[in-house]
Design a protein around this ligand. Structure first.
Ligand code: C5P
Length: 207
């Protein structure tokens, strides 16, 4: 099988930055699978429907098109919450599975998400589970939102993130959890450069 690197973990652990850099380093395509759920949630909100409504959410997942992924409103608190609500619906996950598998199957890829190592690519050669303390993740997410001009308080960001991680970890289908053979990478004390160097070392040790 082509080299697939699965990067899973909770919100704001540094998965996206890390996965993008790994993809560039190893010459692999990169897929941010959270965008699929975010775009699905956004479509449901646009319809005025409830992201927890299975029929509306499945319809939105099946109707996704490339323009949905370039929207500028996919990374704010309403989109975070809508994404994790649609992501708990089995029919939504089923609708998005073939695309994710197809993306990595031919030439390999780096994919980041919650269930890449457990469900999407259980045979991936490299599985990283990237974590950081809840306080550090809230601090990072708050700084990211503030840099974009949105300014919910640190407490609000921490509470929303805790609710989202709890929903992602508690759902029946593809819950957030490390695969049995995943390597844990705790980035609490690491900057982006150190996390990247450590991840490269792990990938190379598994090849
Ligand atoms: O990774 P990101 O924070 O963009 O993901 C947004 C939401 O999408 C997550 O909170 C989770 O509910 C869902 N998700 C998922 N499975 C993935 C990627 C994201 O359930 N592989």
């Amino acid at each position: 099988m082509a080299l697939v690197i699965a990067v899973d973990g909770p919100a704001a652990a540094g998965k996206g930055t890390l996965a993008r850099r790994l993809a560039a380093h190893f010459g692999l395509p990169y897929l941010d699978t959270g965008l699929l759920y975010r775009a699905t949630g956004r479509r449901v909100l646009d319809e005025g429907a409830d992201p927890a409504d299975p029929a509306a959410a499945e319809r939105a997942a099946r109707a996704l098109d490339p323009a949905d992924f370039t929207r500028t409103d996919l990374r704010n608190p309403p989109a975070d919450a809508a994404a994790s609500k649609v992501a708990a619906i089995p029919a939504v996950r089923a609708a998005l599975l073939d695309f994710q598998r197809g993306f990595g199957a031919a030439k390999g890829a780096v994919l980041d998400g919650r269930d890449i190592g457990t469900v999407v690519f259980p045979e991936a050669r490299v599985k990283l589970f990237v974590t950081a303390s809840a306080a550090e993740r809230a601090r990072r997410r708050h700084a990211e939102l503030a840099a974009r001009g949105a300014a919910p308080s640190l407490e609000e960001v921490a509470a929303e993130m805790a609710a989202r991680d709890a929903r992602d970890a508690a759902r029946d289908v593809a819950p957030l959890a490390p695969a049995k053979d995943a390597v844990l990478l705790d980035t609490t004390e690491l900057d982006a450069e150190q996390a990247f160097a450590e991840a490269v070392r792990i990938v190379e040790s598994l090849q």
